[in-house]
Design a protein around this ligand. Structure first.
Ligand code: NAP
Length: 324
């Protein structure tokens, strides 16, 4: 190939995706400019830093300001160049922000909101990423000054890792983001937050906070509780067996250890703040475990087989829905 045409060929692929992306966005009725001039993130761990990365890459906001609790985390986030302004002063981070996202553990929301409320810009949209939603509304809404808008959100995406280095821009791609506005939430604010998450790559759905907490209790919170229990039981075994559990860790146990490595603060706050739904799901789980216990005791293989056939179909449905 001649030098000039080689150059042209090398240039083409770099230009094409941008053009295609713009056209696809246009077709889907999406805008391509910034949605908010200034976004403030309170907390810059796995979720906060993933939001910062995708928002910057996709130019969803004009400027990103971050406040985190500890100086060490702020220094790490600064080293990773995650935002335009990074520190530990929450008032400074939110002062001129149009969109404020709380990316802290659910149990910290009331304190964070108390600290930032007097400094919010009039008309600002306040959102969050908490894994439970009724408690978030309970803790944040009463502290929200008049004229501000609360749009609670839960990106159903994550890993067992924490901190600013754990985040990545693709975390939300193809995952659901659930919005739980109350009936009196400003619809224009909801539409803007929905657009933000869509352009992060998520599919957006709205539901009531109460419904969200029930669904997530079974799909996310209960599996974490089971993983914590199984791995906890294994670590309580006598020393001789414990070392063999680690040595011969089979696929099943290994998968549980990954889930049970999730952040202790985050999950303590999730269980304590989704108490009713968790207790209801645990009650049902106990009944189902008793059913299996009985079937094993009395050699009722057909009952085990029927259940395992049904659960296998659930896995296949997940794969078909591209959520596996
Ligand atoms: P993370 O990586 O541990 O980061 C937590 C951030 O919150 C850090 O910036 C931390 O600050 C700050 N923080 C912790 N305790 C605080 C307190 N008491 N007051 C003020 N700031 C505090 O956590 P994450 O995984 O990003 O989770 C953040 C939120 O996302 C949680 O509400 C969680 O429910 C939700 N969520 C998590 C996942 C997941 O898989 N991890 C998925 C969906 C939603 P310092 O480091 O400076 O102390």
């Amino acid at each position: 190939m001649a030098k000039a045409s080689k150059k042209a060929a090398a240039k083409k692929p770099a230009n094409r995706p941008a053009v295609k992306k713009k056209a696809a966005a246009k077709q889907a009725g999406r805008k391509s400019g910034p949605i908010f001039p200034v976004m403030a993130l309170i907390g810059i761990g796995l979720i906060g830093s993933s939001i910062a990365r995708i928002a910057r890459r996709e130019k969803l906001v004009g400027r990103i300001q971050v406040a985190t609790r500890r100086k060490e985390t702020a220094a790490e986030a600064r080293k990773l160049k995650l935002a335009d302004d990074i520190g530990t002063d929450m008032a400074r981070a939110v002062r001129n922000a149009d969109f404020v996202v709380l990316c802290t553990p659910v149990g910290a929301n009331a304190d964070v909101m108390t600290a930032i409320a007097p400094h919010l810009k009039p008309g600002a949209i306040v959102s969050d990423v908490g894994s439970v939603k009724q408690a978030v509304i309970r803790d944040i809404a009463p502290l929200l000054p008049k004229g501000m808008h609360l749009v609670p959100a839960h990106p159903v995406a994550g890993t067992e890792h924490s901190g600013p280095a754990a985040g990545f821009a693709e975390l939300f791609r193809g995952r659901w983001c659930i919005l739980t506005p109350t009936p009196d939430t400003d619809r224009a604010a909801v539409a803007k937050v929905a657009e933000f998450w869509r352009r992060c790559g998520s599919q957006v759905e709205e539901m009531s906070a109460d419904h969200h907490d029930k669904i997530l209790a079974i799909t996310s919170h209960l599996p974490h509780l089971i993983a914590y229990t199984i791995v906890g039981t294994a670590t309580d075994l006598e020393e001789s067996i414990k070392s063999e559990v680690i040595k011969f860790a089979a696929g099943g146990f290994r998968d549980f250890t990954r889930i049970a490595a999730s952040d202790p603060t985050m999950w303590r706050d999730v269980f304590l703040n989704n108490r009713e739904a968790m207790l209801e799901m645990l009650q049902r789980l106990q009944e189902d475990v008793s059913f299996l216990q009985r079937a094993i005791r009395w050699g009722e293989g057909d009952k085990l087989f029927d259940l395992f056939t049904r659960t296998r179909a659930v896995r296949r449905a997940l794969i078909d829905a591209k959520q596996a």
